[in-house]
Write a protein that binds this ligand. Structure first.
Ligand code: GLU
Length: 276
């Protein structure tokens, strides 16, 4: 069993991250498995070295350990280019230079991954791509490629459950996701995450319920690329409605701030209601 904690160094870790990391390591321990740390630093406009340094420091302070070397996605951009090229060759991608404003003006509704792209550029051919264009997956075409059911096992509840993914769900709630970001050419989270989960032989993805809505697109990408689908365990969030006693904590306060104020890792566990 191999799982991973995959933070993006775009800001300091806060209590929600602590809960997530502790859950990843707890699930790994329950399975006598391994928890990897992966740095998802593909968004070059938002990533900062100090936040990456914070991640190592905060996790070590919480008492967590991970095998090294750690995979840093920014060291492997050519891997993601190669994965994207495979989808391009299958005719499943199109270039898109739409700005957020244009997407909103085209009547986009909000979905699981920000705006559901209304398909404005979907008829564009890849040979019309400008260097600054983004690249999207054509979900309608991609779904025609898939001959088996899209499904995954959800292990986050009291019993594992088989989740069937309906094609309409992907079309309606996510739409055509970005694979390469416009302007920077950075690989998208979806592409890099799906590739790395396969490369690192992740058998169980443990992450927050806030990302559950994106799992259908990850499963679709896994099928298109011939990658196995891991088990998913979407854990509750610290902000869980039922966690009334958590209501008074400051969710956006950096973990390092609590540390500087003299909190112990035990205090953090108690504050976020983490048991185990
Ligand atoms: N890098 C993502 C984040 O920080 C998490 C990705 C994942 O666990 O799949 O939100």
């Amino acid at each position: 069993m191999i799982t991973r904690f995959a933070p993006s160094p775009t800001g300091p870790l806060h209590l929600g991250h602590a809960y997530s990391a502790l859950t990843v390591w707890k699930v790994a321990a329950e399975h006598h498995g391994t928890a990897l740390l992966r740095i998802e630093d593909t968004d070059s406009t938002r990533v900062r070295p100090k936040y990456e340094a914070n991640i190592y420091e905060d996790l070590a302070w919480l008492g967590l350990q991970w095998p090294t070397p750690v995979r840093r996605q920014s060291d492997h951009t050519s891997d993601y280019d190669a994965v994207l090229a495979r989808l391009d060759e299958d005719g499943l991608t199109y270039p898109c230079g739409c700005t957020r404003r244009q997407i909103i003006n085209a009547g986009a509704v909000s979905g699981a991954d920000g705006m559901v792209y209304p398909g404005t550029c979907s008829a564009r051919r890849m040979d019309s791509a400008a260097p600054i264009d983004g690249i999207r997956l054509n979900v309608q075409k991609a779904l025609q490629y898939i001959t088996t059911d899209l499904r995954y096992t959800e292990a986050g509840g009291s019993q594992p459950k088989e989740i069937q993914i309906l094609p309409e769900t992907i079309i309606k709630t996510i739409g055509d996701p970005i694979l390469r970001r416009k302007d920077t050419g950075d690989p998208s989270y979806h592409l890099a995450c799906v590739h790395d989960d396969a490369l690192q032989n992740i058998t169980q993805v443990v992450r927050g319920k806030d990302l559950e809505g994106l799992t259908p697109i990850h499963v679709l990408l896994q099928k298109l690329l011939g990658y196995p689908t891991p088990i998913y365990h979407h854990h509750d969030l610290v902000l869980d409605d039922t966690g009334k006693r958590l209501a008074k904590i400051d969710h956006s306060k950096a973990l390092s701030k609590y540390r500087d104020e003299g909190c112990t890792p035990g205090d953090i566990r108690q504050m976020i209601g983490f048991t185990g």
